[in-house]
Design a protein around this ligand. Structure first.
Ligand code: PXL
Length: 282
């Protein structure tokens, strides 16, 4: 039997609302990968559209966790990071990358900080600069269009986009340092929405689209990036991994829409796990 892979997921825990670690852990574990986690903060809920949340910062615990892990000689096939609560946490995660990087492992960064043309209110204006620096250390980055233009210091444009614009963004993103880029929130018309991927080694650009489902559903970025990570760790190439992640995310949205759940409460990804496992071929 093939050796089981192990990943370190570095995100907050939003106790309610299905995002960050409460999404990454089940999705990546279901894909047969061992998930170790570093909780960067504990919140009562995520911060998107819900007020009054609690926030326990765990910044001071992060490096001692790594110190202890290193006494056990643990190795990780991937390091996967998303929402980070402060500039200081970005610098700490950069240090973790330096300490745990091996010639073979994958560093996957989802620079969670913005959507719909807006930086999330809890972040200071210089946050994109920190995320840009973190992306220089990654092998794979998974930004949306807003995060992309903030990191590239370009104006935010409303879609539909042209293929030339998207491919220019992909190449500029790869120029930050990551060999593989998956850009989310791509659309060329109002019927289909999806992701574009770029492998700068082969020069291959691919698109993964699905029928457009109206509405903004919280946590879908984390569902997408976790499914993408699960596929990449099962040795699926970036283009197919993006297709699988789009399919999984859209299925999760469709189930949630059909159930009429509050869109702030996260999507029903759980019932899509059997199909995901099938698509991953495990
Ligand atoms: O889904 C990204 C995310 C993760 N964690 C927290 C968030 C958000 C997005 O708003 O608020 C705490």
């Amino acid at each position: 039997m093939r050796k089981q892979k192990r990943i370190a997921a570095i995100h907050d825990i939003s106790c309610f609302g299905k995002c960050s670690l409460t999404v990454a852990l089940p999705i990546i574990s279901a894909a047969g990968i061992e998930v170790s986690c570093i909780p960067t903060a504990v919140l009562s809920t995520h911060t998107g559209g819900i007020s009054g949340w609690t926030y326990r910062d765990l910044t001071e615990d992060i490096l001692p966790i790594i110190d202890h892990w290193q006494t056990l000689d643990l190795e990780f096939d991937a390091l996967y990071t998303g929402f980070l609560g402060s500039f200081e946490q970005i610098n700490i995660v950069a240090e973790i990358f330096d300490r745990l990087k091996t010639p073979d492992n994958l560093i996957i960064v989802d620079p969670v900080m913005a959507d719909n043309g807006q930086l999330y209110k809890i972040f200071p204006p210089n946050f994109p600069e920190g995320m840009r620096k973190l992306c220089t250390k990654a092998d794979v980055i998974v930004p949306n269009i807003t995060e992309t233009v903030l990191m590239l210091d370009e104006p935010y444009l409303e879609g539909p986009y042209t293929q030339a614009y998207i491919e220019d963004l992909l190449k500029k993103l790869a120029g930050l340092g990551a060999g593989k880029v998956v850009l989310t929130g791509v659309y060329f018309d109002h019927h289909r929405l999806g992701a574009a991927s770029y492998d700068s080694k082969t020069g291959e650009i691919s698109y993964a689209f699905s029928d457009w489902l109206e509405g903004y559903f919280h946590g879908t970025g984390d569902v997408f990036a976790s499914a993408l990570t699960a596929a990449l760790l099962n040795d699926i190439n970036i283009a197919r991994a993006a297709e699988i992640a789009v399919d999984f995310t859209v299925g999760s949205i469709a189930r949630t829409k059909a159930a009429g759940t509050d869109i702030r409460f996260g999507v029903n990804f759980e019932q899509g796990l059997p199909k995901l496992i099938q698509q991953l071929g495990i």
